[in-house]
Design a protein around this ligand. Structure first.
Ligand code: ARG
Ligand code: ZN
Length: 876
């Protein structure tokens, strides 16, 4: 059944209050929900109350405390309908349900992981706890009572502020929580169990002291210190930058090891995948630290963008997610190097969102229909949604954006809002019209901007001709021209920037050119010599650019732009055509030639000690195999793409190995490990150099030495990756893999790295390796992190291994999907999206892929999650 945005209407009944009582038991938990409703004014007095359920068993139903007459209701596992309800006065419904947390392998609703009771309610998990108007526009104040065994559950947590607790009969106790902030059911949370805690406090800008608690498994407390630090920095930053202050007496985070996603922003009680909380130098990489910082911030920031202002319906998901991702990106940019952070964001956007937008799963940032909402927690809603928010900031400028945000909080605090509400705040606060801009929310597909330029020396005129094209996507054949804000600069030969006398043909505000028509010609006058255009600086718009710039011009930007991001982008634009050409040559069995300008520019930047090391490491990382596949567009052969890329890589590695030797030797971080961005940058550069050294040298010696010498997880896993990926059959590799396994055997999060490093070893041997690893005692197919680390990483990040020409990779994945789906549909559907670009493969592979997808589609009793994805992939 398909839900349409256009069908939205308010509920007939207003929910006033919610009182929940849980009697926790591993297999027979009793939930009593007392709900006070009244009929909304003007609603038909005969209209029944219809509540959502999902696999529920009802054991009691009271109306105003009296047993409800059976003739007045119908209960099924997925809904409860009650008739003959008062026309105007409030009434109370008390529903009792019995649920089995132990058997809840979907990890939605109330479940148990490692003896801990926890919940995940977004998007529609609350209806697995009790019958409820389970939709985000139903906001109410909740009181929660939790009764549980005292010995196994000393800790009883829910949203809001702690009211009190006491003993409760034989061996039990109870606790009561009250959340004064009206909230939708998806923000409900309950946690109970026996956990260790790290505590701190934060004093808000108005002087209130907030207790901060991070709960982790006993013994892991020291590994939560960094998360606590990140939390305090997030709280401070949100006050300083957005004026957002925390609004309860306590803020809690609980880390659990079985979790379908990264984390969840439940009011006052965030629940996290422990991967995004736990870190210490011995077991966490710099990337892990950066992820923890970003996700702690993300969930905390939801307190205002998501919780205080929530979504009217799930079509508006990007209202909270796109905005909150934008906020966490800005936070990380302020905590670290802004340019390097931006490069990482754009790499991620291009490698994840651009393929989604170019394939059968493409959908608008704000979709207009869905079958399964869980399948819309996508990189389009999150990351493209963030880019759309960033464009508003680019168009309005820092102050204009702030004014709009202030108005948004002022106008919509306590509301369940829409994208229209959000955009209107920016319009009203700045007196502008954003109607054309709003197409970014409704038109799917990555716009393609084609550009050509000419220079008239005699007149001093420089002209840019721009044309935008938005490719067709499922359900959207034709599109209107969009408002595309392009930051730009005109670089002169000496590296300085031209200041045009006049600009005609487009609106330009500051350094932003506003492309609004399908075709536009822009003339810059008073330009004394031919400039090199640096366009889409900072990736101001999430578009593809087709601009035939000469290698020398790109190299000029790469070496001289004062915008570091633009330098990286120019390098990327220089590299991609070489890599594409190399892939074509490799496919044709011809020798690959590499553009020496690329190699020399890259090496010059890598060796430039005036630049920050993290940036130089990014510069050294050539576009990935999937970047090349995307650039090629169709009829792709992943083996040829890899072969071509390897040839270019080898050319760069052999061009001047001394540079890499020097970088490797010169960027050792001395002394005790610190996870700060500067130290991480040195490690990144050193490890990038190691990867090139392994290629030029052709032996495992460097990596084996680096592995032996490593005193932190970043260096250790980087060395192990080089060994495994470059020298999979070397005895040094086998030894290192085993040493790593043995040393971290009891740390599941590190063992996940061990799985991922091996599942991404390129080539057709990968599948056998993955199958072998699934037999390892460390593998656990009911733990989402393990499954993602091994099966997910193989399918998403091993192009040559997964896309074997004989189709075995796809058949393996199909088998896995059918096996995972009955237990955990969300996990299965998510991993299946790894096949989203199957249509861009050459014929032999795409035939195998189609057959594998069909075999999934033919599966019995598919979840709506998997059938929705597989059907869209076969259709679109
Ligand atoms: N709201 C959470 C976050 O972005 C993620 C929830 C994901 N839910 C889902 N059904 N996939 O922080
Ligand atoms: Zn979020």
């Amino acid at each position: 059944q398909i839900i349409h945005l256009a069908d939205y209407r308010q509920t007939d009944f207003v929910l006033e209050r919610v009182d929940l009582t849980f009697e926790l038991d591993p297999t027979e938990t009793k939930v009593e929900a007392r709900l006070i409703f009244h009929r909304r004014e003007g609603v038909d007095p005969a209209a029944p109350l219809v509540l959502d359920g999902d696999e529920l068993v009802m054991t009691g139903l009271l109306f105003d405390q009296m047993e409800m007459d059976a003739a007045r209701y119908d209960a099924s596992p997925d809904s409860l309908t009650i008739r003959d309800l008062p026309a105007t006065e409030p009434f109370e419904i008390t529903i009792t349900t019995q649920i089995n947390p132990e058997a809840n392998t979907q990890l939605m609703g109330l479940y148990r992981t490692n003896g801990i009771y926890c919940t995940q309610c977004e998007a529609e998990g609350f209806r697995r706890i009790t019958y409820f108007p389970d939709r985000p526009d139903v906001l109410a104040v909740y009181t929660v009572n939790i009764i549980a065994d005292k010995a196994s559950c000393p800790l009883l947590l829910s949203n809001g502020n702690f009211l009190g607790g006491a003993g409760y009969g034989e061996g039990k106790h109870f606790a009561a929580w009250f959340d004064p902030h009206p909230k939708p059911s998806y923000l409900f949370a309950l946690v109970a169990g026996d956990l260790g805690v790290v505590e701190d406090t934060f004093t808000t800008m108005s002087g209130r002291e907030v207790a901060l608690k991070i709960y982790v498994e006993h013994g892991k407390e020291p590994r939560a210190a960094y998360a606590m630090d990140a939390l305090k920095r997030s709280m401070k930053w949100d006050e300083e930058v957005f004026g957002c202050e925390y609004d309860l007496d306590i803020f809690m985070i609980v880390a659990v090891s079985d979790f379908n996603m990264g984390a969840m922003e439940n009011k006052g009680l965030n629940v996290f995948n422990d991967k995004y909380v736990l870190a210490d130098p011995e077991t966490a990489t710099d990337q892990d630290y950066a992820n923890i910082e970003a996700i702690i911030a993300h969930e905390y920031f939801h307190n205002w963008t998501g919780n205080r202002v929530t979504c009217r319906d799930w079509f508006q998901l990007c209202l909270k997610e796109g905005l909150t991702v934008y906020r966490d990106h800005e936070f990380s940019a302020d905590q670290r190097s802004r340019a390097v952070k931006r490069i990482a964001e754009v790499r991620h956007l291009k490698s994840e969102q651009f393929p989604e937008d170019a394939g059968p799963l493409a959908h608008p940032v704000r979709p207009t229909k869905y079958r399964e909402i869980n399948n819309f927690y996508t990189t389009t809603v999150y990351e493209k949604g963030s880019e759309v928010t960033r464009m508003i900031a680019t168009i309005l400028g820092r102050d204009g954006f702030k004014k709009g945000m202030d108005l948004y909080f002022e106008r919509h605090d306590g509301d369940a809002a829409t994208i229209e509400d959000f955009v209107k705040c920016f319009e009203d606060a700045n007196g502008v019209d954003l109607s054309q801009f709003s197409l970014w929310y409704s038109q799917a597909g990555t716009p393609l901007v084609s550009i050509s330029s000419s220079y008239d020396q005699a007149k001093g005129d420089f002209t840019l001709s721009l044309e935008q094209m938005i490719p067709p996507t499922p359900g959207q054949a034709a599109k209107d021209p969009m408002h595309i804000p392009l930051r730009f600069g005109l670089l002169l030969a000496d590296g300085s920037e031209a200041a045009p006398g006049a600009i005609n043909g487009a609106e330009v505000t500051g350094d932003v050119l506003h492309l609004k028509e399908r075709r536009q010609t822009v003339t810059f006058s008073g330009i004394a010599s031919r400039p090199v255009v640096s366009l889409n600086r900072g990736f101001s718009a999430p578009v593809n650019l087709h601009f035939e710039q000469a290698s020398a011009d790109l190299a000029h930007i790469a070496r001289h732009d004062d915008d570091l991001f633009a330098r990286w982008q120019a390098l990327n634009d220089l590299a991609l055509p070489s890599l594409v050409a190399a892939a074509r040559k490799a496919r044709a069995g011809e020798p690959v030639e590499t553009n020496p300008v690329l190699a020399d520019t890259l090496i010059a930047i890598a060796g430039d000690e005036t630049l920050e090391p993290a940036f130089r490491a990014q510069a050294l990382a050539l576009p990935s195999e999937s970047d090349i596949a995307r650039e090629l567009g169709s009829n792709n052969d992943p083996d040829a793409i890899r072969a071509g890329r390897e040839a270019v890589l080898a050319f760069v590695a052999n061009r001047d190995p001394a540079v890499f030797t020097a970088l490797f030797a010169g960027h050792r971080t001395e002394g005790a490990f610190t996870p700060d961005a500067a130290s991480a940058g040195h490690r990144a550069l050193r490890n990038a150099a190691l990867a090139y050294l392994a290629v030029s040298d052709g032996t495992p010696a460097h990596a084996a030495d680096a592995f032996a010498a490593a005193d932190n997880m970043t260096d250790l896993s980087a060395a192990l990756t080089v060994l495994a990926h470059r020298f999979p059959d070397a005895p040094e590799t086998a030894k290192a893999l085993e040493a790593f396994r043995a040393r971290f055997a009891d740390n599941a999060l590190v063992i996940d790295k061990w799985f991922s490093i091996q599942s991404t070893i390129p080539g057709e041997g990968a599948l056998a390796r993955v199958k072998g690893l699934m037999e390892s005692p460390h593998f656990n197919k009911s733990n989402p992190n393990r499954v993602r680390a091994l099966v997910g990483t193989f399918a998403f990040s091993n192009p040559t291994g997964f896309n074997r020409a004989d189709g075995e990779g796809y058949r393996f994945l199909a088998g896995q999907i059918l096996e995972i789906d009955p237990k955990n549909p969300q996990l299965a559907a998510r991993i299946l999206t790894s096949m989203r670009s199957w249509r861009a493969l050459e014929e032999v592979r795409s035939d195998h892929a189609r057959n594998a997808l069909r075999s999934i589609a033919a599966g019995e009793k598919l979840s709506s999650d998997v059938s929705d994805i597989v059907e869209r992939m076969l259709k679109g």
